[in-house]
Design a protein around this ligand. Sequence first.
Ligand code: CP
Length: 315
Amino acid sequence: MKSFFRVSDIGDLRLALDEAAQVKANPLGWQNLGRGKTIILIFFNSSLRTRLSSQKAALNLGMNPIVLDIGKDSWKLETEMGVVMDGDKPEHLREAVPVIGSYCDIIGVRSFAGLTDRQADYGENILRQFVEYSGKPVISLESATVHPCQAFADLITIEEHRTSPRPKVVMTWAPHPKALPQAVPNSFAEWMNAADVDFVITHPHGYELDPEFVGGAAVEYDQMKAFEGADFVYAKNWSSVESYGQVLSMDRSWTVGRAQMEVTNNAFFMHCLPVRRNMIVTDEVIDSPRSLVIEEAANRVVSAQVVMKRMLESL
Ligand code: CP
């Protein structure tokens, strides 16, 4: 595996889920695979789960993980080509990326969307430069438009809890005080469309996601109708794609609470975390026995380990 951004990079999902189950049952079974190898994890933005689960996955495989917070542990990096570098960024990605590549075997990059220029964000400028100039396999640890390690962990979690061959999975927009990127819903939609589930997306008008990621999913603007008979409810906020990066609504009737969950098929509640309680979901729902949020986070180690294992196997 040369890169991990899109669901197509993982290939057959059934094989990937079987491999995830093997890795979860025997996490230290491939300790020799990563011996003498190094992964550098680059963070342009904050993280709790991605940072820790990626390091844990690398250690399980016998690799040496090195974590770098850009601008805190390193120089601030210029990411645009052709600029006169007379500001506060003393180094350009064009030099920094090949230097980083020379120190490691695999690179992971977290680089959120700026949410001001849709074309630039959807061009994945930073991730693309890591692919072009590092000469090493690159993992998106949530880039401007995708969060594949999260979506893979979410699919593993659904696989572990589904009780029917084709469960109904509903992804709902929920309110949030700040503008958030579309990376998590984009990847979740892409992965659910590729999985054996009945997938529905629900959101207020104005929050339509990029059609490339929505694919053939059903879109239902009535949240209660969408929730009927759901086996899994996946809540997430995202900012508008059309009115790019804007918060159009803070309507708390979309907060996932008891009323919505009561029309489901005793659904499991899912969220990638971090979550704003009583904005995205009520305390009652997230603290209920049907909440899978901690299991999803735990499965981030499994998804990262499968991806790193495949990359090590193809070095
Ligand atoms: N879900 C997720 O990616 O969490 P962090 O932002 O804490 O890494």
